[in-house]
Design a protein. Structure first.
Length: 215
């Protein structure tokens, strides 16, 4: 752990050097707006490496992701907006507050109870389960999964009746063939319903599709 802290300190110093007067012209030109997409790319590359299970690649991609995150924080620190300490303090305080069963006196019996408490705590913080709060930059299947978990209304309460859901999926797929002018909308609805079906059985459509693509 001590070596890890040293490496993080070294990484911060490297960024300072890159951004310095005699640093890298490219790095000196970067702004939060230009860096944000690199964070997205590095996050996807890290997840892809984890899926492949290549430990060497995972180490490399997680390193890139941490570096770009630090780089972003450095830019805001440099502009006097906030510091790395502010970011870490906020994250630590939030994790402690949202885990009263670990850092407080609350007792839980299962992971489901943890999720219920988490939701209640977020509501007390004024952060309701609003579907619009799900980032639009997420892959569509993952975004749908998250939105369904936040009360996204698809017209019928399928979660209480999987058989009705399966029948609706069949009808929607049939309509794709019969109504060519509505195919885009119908295909989107079919995908949404499949995401919901996966959710019933504790499966994420995003991961399921990746497994199918990877054979």
């Amino acid at each position: 752990m001590d070596k890890g802290w040293f490496c993080l300190h070294q990484m911060w110093n490297i960024i300072a050097r890159l951004r310095g007067e005699n640093g890298c012209p490219w790095d000196r030109q970067q702004t939060p707006d230009s860096v944000k997409n690199y964070i997205i790319e590095e996050a996807h590359e890290a997840v892809a490496a984890i899926r492949r299970g290549d430990k060497k690649e995972i180490v490399e991609e997680l390193g890139d992701l941490i570096f770009m995150t630090f780089f972003m924080v450095f830019l805001f620190d440099e502009a006097g907006e906030f510091t790395l300490n502010d970011v870490c303090h906020f994250a630590c305080e939030k994790m402690i507050r949202r885990h009263p069963h670990v850092f407080g006196t609350v007792h839980v019996n299962s992971a489901d109870e943890v999720k219920e408490n988490w939701t209640k705590i977020k509501e007390k913080e004024g952060k309701r389960q609003d579907p619009s709060a799900v980032p639009a930059t997420l892959p569509a299947l993952m975004r749908a999964y998250r939105m369904l978990g936040r009360g996204f209304d698809v017209g019928i309460d399928y979660l209480k009746n999987p058989d009705v859901l399966v029948s609706e999926i069949s009808r929607t797929v049939f309509k794709i063939r019969e109504f060519p002018e509505d195919r885009m909308e119908l295909l989107g609805r079919a995908l949404l319903l499949l995401v919901l079906l996966g959710k019933i059985y504790g499966l994420q459509a995003e991961e399921a599709l990746h497994k199918a693509l990877d054979g």
